[in-house]
Design a protein around this ligand. Structure first.
Ligand code: PMP
Length: 338
């Protein structure tokens, strides 16, 4: 009846080449197959429909959110079908393509500086809160602090992966931004594994420049860990309450540069055109393999959160890579100008 019925039930695809030298079997949950091309379709639909059920969201109301782009796009898509207005506050780190896409989907976009503290009045958190207050009857999705974010994955991504692997999954590896994807999926998988007498290791992926890994290991919020980095949607400069740190067994940090090369490798070795954080997950798999995490019996599910087309002016642009100083591994795509 509408595009919303295509949300979820994304395929689990066996990696053929990129993990050849690593023991175990590796599968990608390719979230780009959602109609809005990312895992965020799931939370957009789930949170909006929950608000409708609770009578919080009235017809024609406004939906407000902070987002690196994907959540905004998904919210804009759901808003169109359901007749809501959509306002999003993004950081200046978001790619121009993502901002143009939000506008194309009818959202009103506010671009906020990325290098200010979360409590600064110009931060995308503060701007979203202000817009929420200025629009009576609006709903602030607040994905970093909304328990419905992980609930969406508990009710969809988790059951899908359990079913698609026939309960044989041994490891889940996923990026943590809001933490909704990894926390909700992990909770479901751990519950099912316990019931069937097996175990699932939950491996989070974090960025250098983010506080999540250290917080997980020490419960200390260390501001010394915070510095700017390039990957969008991964890691954080605050502790999101949407993250359930108890269900995550370990975090692996990855660099901007290696994640970028890994994203390109997924495209050229697997024929899967996925985004920057999918590269980050792939990079973490390589590092964890080096550290001896996997053996012949491992059945590993990696979540690839979004589509490569969102990064044409970043990871998939040779010019951008050069500007970042990422020159160790020049593009193997050749162009001849006649
Ligand atoms: N990858 C991308 C591209 C994202 O936009 C996000 C969301 N911030 C994530 C990964 C992480 O997902 P989550 O917020 O559920 O932890």
């Amino acid at each position: 009846q509408s595009v919303l019925e295509l949300i979820g039930n994304t395929p689990l695809i066996k990696l053929q080449n990129i993990t050849k030298s690593i023991p175990g079997a590796f599968y990608a949950k390719v979230e780009a197959f959602n109609p809005g091309h990312s895992a965020k379709d799931r939370i957009a639909l789930y949170i909006i429909e929950q608000a409708e059920r609770e009578g919080i969201l009235q017809p024609g109301a406004t939906i407000v959110e902070t987002t690196s782009g994907n959540t905004g796009f998904s919210l804009a898509m759901v808003s169109i079908i359901k007749g809501y207005k959509c306002i999003v506050a993004v950081t200046s780190k978001s790619s121009p393509d993502k901002i143009d896409m939000l506008r194309s989907m009818g959202a009103k976009v506010y671009v906020c500086p990325c290098d200010v503290a979360a409590d600064d009045e110009r931060s995308y958190y503060s701007v979203a809160k202000r817009l929420h207050q200025e629009n009576p009857g609006s709903v602030y999705i607040n994905q970093y602090f909304n328990e419905l974010n992980s609930a969406a994955h508990y009710h969809s991504t988790g059951p899908e992966i359990w079913e698609q692997t026939n309960g044989t999954i041994t490891h889940l590896i996923a990026c943590s931004g809001t933490g909704g994807t990894i926390s909700g999926t992990a909770k479901y998988l751990k519950e099912q594994a316990e019931k069937s007498g097996t175990t699932v290791r939950i491996l989070g992926v974090d960025a250098y420049g983010s506080v999540l890994k250290k917080y997980h290991e020490t419960k200390e919020f260390d501001t010394n860990e915070i510095y700017p980095y390039r990957i969008e949607g991964l890691g954080k400069n605050l502790i999101p309450s949407a993250t359930n740190f108890d269900v995550i067994d370990s975090f692996t940090k990855v660099t901007d540069e290696e994640s970028a090369y890994s994203a390109r490798e997924i495209a050229t070795q697997e024929g899967l055109f996925v985004g920057y954080t999918s590269g980050a997950v792939m990079q973490a798999i390589k590092q964890l393999a080096e550290a001896g995490e996997f053996d012949e019996n491992s059945r590993v599910v990696a979540i690839f959160p979004d589509h490569g087309s969102r990064y044409m002016s970043k990871v998939f642009s040779d010019q951008w890579m050069t500007e970042q100083g990422f020159t160790a591994n020049p593009s193997d795509q050749s162009i001849e100008y006649i």
